[in-house]
Design a binder for this molecule. Structure first.
Ligand code: 2BA
Length: 110
């Protein structure tokens, strides 16, 4: 058995969750925060047999889109702390999804 851990954007999470449950996959949704942007994202955990991993990845791939985000980076004008603080916008690509597939030693339901 494998555990698929997928970090998706909040905007895509509802549709991914719905599609996975429609296909009878067991899913757990966690509200998470990205370390870089420090904004909310969603982590989905899906426990599946090895032969179903690709189907789960395909569902996520079909829904999760790449988006561009603008990030304002604070920079001082002369490089020192006393300098005038300005915010320079930089564009970064976020998503579609970050997926980890890990081995499960045991799957126990009590
Ligand atoms: P965040 O850490 O908030 O990162 C959001 C996006 O910012 C990333 O999108 C990437 O495009 C950009 N980014 C991240 N670190 C950067 C850096 N040092 N310099 C420039 N740009 C940077 P994704 O790569 O699609 O990642 C989306 C979210 O997936 C991440 O949100 C984080 O929550 C998670 N993630 C990504 N890689 C991970 C990893 N190796 N381990 C654990 N979580 C990861």
């Amino acid at each position: 058995m494998k555990l698929v851990i997928a970090i998706v954007q909040d905007e895509d999470s509802k549709e991914v969750l719905q599609s996975l449950t429609d296909e009878n996959y067991g899913v757990t949704k966690l509200a998470t925060t990205g370390g870089f942007l420090k904004s909310g994202n969603t982590t989905l955990m899906v426990g599946v047999e090895e032969e179903k991993v690709q189907s789960v990845v395909n569902i996520i791939k079909k829904i999760c889109k790449k988006r561009k985000e603008i990030l304002a980076t604070p920079t001082t004008s002369n490089g020192s702390e006393s300098g005038y603080m300005q915010h320079y916008p930089i564009q970064i690509n976020v998503g579609g999804a970050t997926i980890f597939v890990i081995d499960v030693d045991q799957f126990i339901k009590i």
